[in-house]
Design a protein around this ligand. Structure first.
Ligand SMILES: NC(=O)c1ccc[n+]([C@@H]2O[C@H](COP(=O)([O-])OP(=O)(O)OC[C@H]3O[C@@H](n4cnc5c(N)ncnc54)[C@H](O)[C@@H]3O)[C@@H](O)[C@H]2O)c1
Ligand SMILES: O=C(O)C[C@H](O)C(=O)O
Length: 308
């Protein structure tokens, strides 16, 4: 199993590290445009192999896509991150150009690959990849919901004063401060609805804190987060590589599901060796349906800024 990660920055390197530590891939290629940077990150990570007990071979490349040839899975993390006070949507001007050239180069060298898009604004970048490559839709996957759901579970566990392993919940919708739709009505603590433990007001606070999860960290760190994003990407890569059939919310091209079409937005999907093997239609409350509709309008507005 060969995995390429483009962008050896904070998220790309974190993702490569988690993939290696989980020890399911034979090879990870890190590629970056900055001279020597990916080679340096790869060497540093390889020097953790005997300490962390993995056999995955990590190599680096400066813009040489021949090294990525025949990758089973490619991850795009190249692009600028936001600074405090910015929205993800403001990154579109620079990141659209980067994602365009990177995805074309990846597909040229790995025509059978499954592509995972991470660069922001992620739902719009995923849509862009559909527009400029001829990959089938089940092989183009946007990562955002897996991260947002992990943040939701963190906030739920905090409010419930319960261990995170007892908590389950999912966030669908656009990966943006306003567009996320935390499914509070479906969230559970060991199979019991969380509304049995938390007031509506506290649950609304959990949802609000979840939605600004990325902005909160950007304010604290001065740039956006990387540990949880890297771990979330590695989860998707493992689900595909190991044919796990796990359900994750991922950004995917919709064609009528959830009453939406011609956009990529986060919905629950089954991930296996073929990429997105099924879109799961979950029944939503009226409020969640309205929220999802507004979220889709936001994503479409950002898509409208693309020069296609
Ligand atoms: N979808 C998500 O959930 C999620 C989570 C975290 C970060 N992100 C996004 O991921 C992106 C990367 O974030 P980061 O913190 O790793 O940033 P970073 O600045 O640490 O790393 C980005 C890397 O991309 C490289 N790069 C730029 N142009 C390139 C090109 N044309 N080819 C190859 N490499 C190129 C840069 O040299 C840099 O090393 C940002 O757009 C950020 O908003 C998304
Ligand atoms: O917040 C960001 O800009 C980065 C990423 O989308 C995140 O949610 O951590």
């Amino acid at each position: 199993m060969k995995v390429t990660v483009v962008g050896a920055g904070a998220v790309g390197a974190s993702c490569a590290e988690y993939i290696a530590i989980k020890n399911f891939a034979s090879e990870v290629v890190l590629l970056d445009i900055k001279e020597g940077y990916a080679e340096g990150k790869a060497m540093d990570l390889m020097q953790t192999a005997s300490l962390n007990g993995f056999d995955t071979k990590i190599t680096g490349s400066t813009s040489d896509y021949s090294k990525t040839a025949n990758s089973d899975i490619c991850v795009i993390t190249s692009g600028i991150p936001r600074k405090p006070g910015m929205t993800r949507e403001e990154l579109i001007g620079i990141n659209a150009g980067i994602v365009k050239t990177v995805s074309a180069s990846l597909v040229e060298h790995s025509p059978n690959t499954i592509l995972i898009v991470v660069s922001n604004p992620m739902d719009t970048m995923t849509y862009l990849v559909h527009k400029i490559t001829d990959l089938p839709k089940h092989r183009i996957i946007g990562m955002g919901g897996a991260l947002d759901s992990a943040r939701f579970k963190y906030r739920l566990a905090e409010a419930l004063e319960a261990p995170i392993s007892d908590v389950d919940g999912m966030v669908i919708g656009g990966h943006s401060d306003k567009g996320m739709v935390p499914l509070t009505s479906h969230a559970t603590r060991n199979s019991i609805k969380v509304s049995e433990f938390l007031s509506e007001e506290r649950l609304n606070q959990v949802a609000a804190d979840t939605k600004v999860g990325g902005a909160t960290l950007t304010g604290l760190l001065g740039t956006s987060a990387w540990y949880a994003p890297g771990a979330a990407v590695s989860g998707l890569v493992q689900a595909i590589a190991c044919d796990q059939k796990k359900v994750y919310p991922c950004s995917t091209l919709l064609d009528g599901e959830y009453g939406l079409s011609d956009l990529c937005i986060g919905v629950p999907v089954v991930l296996g060796r073929n990429g997105i093997e099924r879109i799961v239609d979950v029944s939503l409350s009226d409020a969640e349906k309205e929220h999802m509709k507004a979220s889709a309008e936001g994503v479409k507005k950002t898509n409208g800024l693309l020069e296609l």
